[in-house]
Every structure is written in structure tokens, then in C-alpha cells.
Design a protein around this ligand. Sequence first.
Ligand code: PAF
Length: 285
Amino acid sequence: MHVVHTIAELRQHLQAFRRPAFVPSMGNLHDGHLALVRQAQPLGDVTVASIFVNRLQFAPHEDFDTYPRTFDADCAKLAEAGCHVVFAPTEKEMYPEPQGYKVHPPAELADLLEGHFRPGFFIGVSTVVMKLFSCVFGATPSGVALFGKKDYQQLMVIRHMVRQFVLPIEVVAGETQRAPDGLALSSRNGYLSPAERVEAVQLSLALKGLATDALAAGDLAAEREALETRAMHALARRGWRPDYLTVRRRHDLQPPTAADARAGQLVVLGAAKLGGTRLIDNLEI
Ligand code: PAF
């Protein structure tokens, strides 16, 4: 496995290939990332992962400084999973000057849910992903990029960006990987105390409960908000601070109409803080 730190080295290395399969990450890798790396292998002629903690997608009060950086362990896991190239740029390499040009995803997709609670988050994500795409795919005719469904809205924003900028990149989704108790794997799970770790599965259980209620609703469009409020109150009673638990239609994350509910194209999404840790999860129903 080659580890490269500069864009020039990366591009030079990838010149020999026609279709990189790329898994972007911020490191502190878990089985969710590694499943994406394994899924990537048959999709391209070289498998590339990036490790870059992107300051642009963190608000000043968020965990940029404390975000776990575990580079050596990450490289060992990537090599084991069959990754061929790791791109681990420094901040100076990715942002040699203040990033004046940014990708602003449309408000109707990016200012709701995560974007509402983390203003600017999807601008930071879209901008770095566009730059990473340019670094990885700049020297090849096409490529494939893999993103986990755990960050459901992020996946939608990236798909939308790729479509609207007609980038020659196929975006492939990976299923959410879960711990045996059902907790979605996330780098931020490491922040949980042992007691919080036991409690953490309640977010996915609350989403399952909301999904069951949504499917049982006679008129989902009319009942949705009451069901969501009830689910959030139940989680709050356990000591969580929920940002949202909501039923949406899959294709644009807008509130579903009765026809969307009948078509069965729904997703429930949630974000909530447990102690100092903010967790997100979702379930397609
Ligand atoms: O999902 C992540 O880890 C990050 O948002 C990404 C896509 C690597 C961009 O920094």
C-alpha cells in the first residue's frame, strides 16, 4: 500500500489507472469505513482512501481539535482491508491559501436536518469532497466514490453535486455497519463513556419505533409531526437532547405526502446528543 501526502504524488501514482474507486474519510477508521474499502475493490482498478480531518466542515464550537487522529492504526487497517493508496494530505496541502471558492449546495437539500443544526456543514463537506475528487480523479477518465448511508443527507448532497456538475464519477452507497446491539458505527462513538455506550443504542431503537408508527399511521402527512414529537420526548426522558427525529421521503428528504407513504419510499432520520456526544442515525423503511 502506498501512502502519499501530496496531490502531485497522488496524481502521478494514479496516472497508471483508468478508474479509481475512492473512499474519503476523516480517519479514526472503523468497520463502516473498512466495509466501504472492501466494497470499492471490484468497482475500480485501484482502491484509494483519503484521511483528512477537514476543518471547513466543523463549526468553531465543534470537535475539530479533539477529533481522534489515529493515522498509524488507520493505515494498518486500510492495508489489511486491501486498500492500494492512502492519500493523507496536510492542511497546508489541501488549503494552501484561504479557500475562497466554495461549493454551496442548494438550501432545499442542505439547510434542513443536519444543515439546520450544523450551519455551513454541507458547504464544508461539498467543498472538500469536490477538491478530493479533483485530486483523485483529476488524472483518470472516470471513477467511483463510495459514501456510507449512515451520513444519509451527506450522500444525497454529494450525489446531487456530482449530477449537477456532471462529474464523471459514479457515487455508490454503502450500508450502515452496526455494533451487535444495533448502534451505528461512528468515529464519535469513541467519545461515549461506558454507561453512555450502553444507552447509545436507544437512538436506533427510537428510529425503529418511529418507523413502526409511521407505517401504521392512517394519514402520515397529518400525523407525522405528532409521532416525531412523541419519539423525541421519549428520548429526552432518557436524558438525551434530540435535535430531530423525523420521517422523510428518501429522494429529497422533504416531509412525505400520503402518496410518498403509499409508495414506501420513506426514511427516518435522527440526531441527538448524549452527554457531550452528538450521534446521528437513520433507517430506510
Ligand atoms: O463522512 C466523512 O467522513 C466526511 O464528511 C468526508 C466525506 C470525508 C468529508 O470530509
